[in-house]
Ligand binder design. Structure first.
Ligand SMILES: *Cc1c(COP(=O)(O)O)cnc(C)c1O
Length: 388
């Protein structure tokens, strides 16, 4: 026991240094970091341009609050809405907070309260975001939740059509459910959502907290689907490891958040904005995004070649990939870690691969070698009595 709350099952290593994809623990052991701090450190650890930006900005000004003009926020907002249908941004500090803003904006604009979300979704841990999350285990012990959320099965067009009426303010989804097991929205489902939203004047909220900022090989994952969201929430990859988040919205929502309607003390402070701007300048370059797609194809091909199809299902988009092992994966995570590869689970049975977007071919080769050893040895030697 130590002085911290016990709300995480932390692994018994502490990482003290990182450079690119490689992190070092307090015993000097090195690992390939295929967690990226849960899809956060998209440019790897200690990226020279980000280090330089933090140094420079930290000598100018860190925090001013939103009492004053923020030219940096304006430029960052412009970068995020360039080449898409979105028109305004608001900055905050975390994914849950971004989703809170999205929910408040949708409720205020429509004057309605019902929001449809999906089973196995994950939208964060604050009350609104937790209530939006379609997972009982996340709600446990905290009820009564914010009501008016309806959880429907993901990728089920009929179930959605049955529940939609003019009392619905918004539909909210992840393009690839990250925490919930790396399940991507299907094309027909995305099309059905888009049609339903347009026909019934329902707002569409896409939670891109995990999928956004190049993670899936495009600026935002919705670009690869028929979805045309009214509100997009972003966070994880935006600051490359520095906390910053936000929402982007279409122009008709502009008036809804007038002075005094919503805010945050820390949101979009100059230090966070400077780092995020540098991240966006790098990641939103076409050649960078194409490179992410190439890496994704390479990694997918290697995984398909290595892991037998009848035992492992490989899913995901870009560099948000999942290996469904059909069994509890916690011991795989531990064994990969011992062999020098850091992974994170997604749901009980799925290993999630979230390397930095700057990962090299050699690093992917090495990771697949470790996965091969860990997964194939164990799959064969799996002893059912050792599982509860
Ligand atoms: C991580 C995550 C969140 C919550 O973000 P926090 O920064 O932890 O509050 C919300 N939605 C999705 C899709 C996420 O992956």
């Amino acid at each position: 026991m130590n002085a911290l709350f016990n709300n995480y099952s932390r692994r018994p290593i502490s990482l003290v240094e990182g450079k690119g994809t490689v992190v070092t623990d307090s015993n000097g052991k090195q690992y390939l970091d295929f967690t990226s701090g849960i899809a956060v450190c998209s440019l790897g650890h200690a990226h020279p341009s980000l280090v330089e930006t933090i140094k420079e900005q930290s000598e100018k000004i860190w925090h001013t609050s939103n009492l004053f003009e923020s030219p940096g926020q304006v430029v960052l907002a412009e970068s995020l809405i360039k080449n898409n249908h979105l028109s305004h941004a608001l900055f905050c500090n975390s994914g849950a907070e971004a989703n809170e803003a999205a929910i408040k904006l949708a409720r205020k604009y429509t004057g309605k309260h019902r929001i449809i979300t999906f089973e196995n979704s994950f939208h964060g841990r604050t009350f609104g975001a937790m209530s939006a999350t379609g997972q009982k285990k996340i709600h446990q012990g905290f009820g009564p939740l914010l009501d008016q959320f309806i959880y429907l099965p993901f990728n089920d067009v009929e179930a959605l059509q049955e529940k939609v009426d003019d009392s619905v303010a918004a539909i909210m989804l992840e393009v690839v459910q990250g925490e919930g097991g790396v399940h991507a929205v299907t094309e027909p489902f995305a099309q059905a959502i888009q049609d339903i939203c347009e026909k019934n004047s329902i707002l569409l909220i896409v939670d891109e907290v995990q999928t956004g900022i190049g993670r899936t090989g495009t600026r935002f994952a919705f670009e690869q689907t028929p979805l045309k969201p009214n509100i997009v929430s972003i966070a994880k990859g935006l600051g490359g490891g520095f906390p910053i988040a936000g929402i982007l919205a279409t122009s008709e929502l502009y008036e809804t958040f007038g002075p005094g309607s919503h805010g945050t003390t820390f949101g979009g402070n100059p230090l966070a904005v400077a780092v995020a701007q540098k991240v966006i300048d790098i990641v939103f370059e076409q050649f960078f995004l194409e490179d992410v797609q190439e890496k994704s194809n390479y990694l997918l091909q290697k995984l398909h070649e290595t892991l037998p199809k009848d035992q492992f299902a490989i899913r995901g988009k870009g560099l948000l990939l999942g290996i469904d092992c059909g069994m509890d994966v916690s011991h795989f995570v531990t064994e990969a870690e011992e062999a020098g590869l850091l992974l994170v689970g997604a749901g009980p049975n799925v290993l999630r691969l979230l390397p930095p977007l700057t990962v090299t071919k050699e690093e992917m080769d090495e990771a697949v070698e470790i996965l091969k050893k860990v997964l194939l040895t164990n799959k064969r030697g799996w002893d059912i009595t050792s599982f509860k």
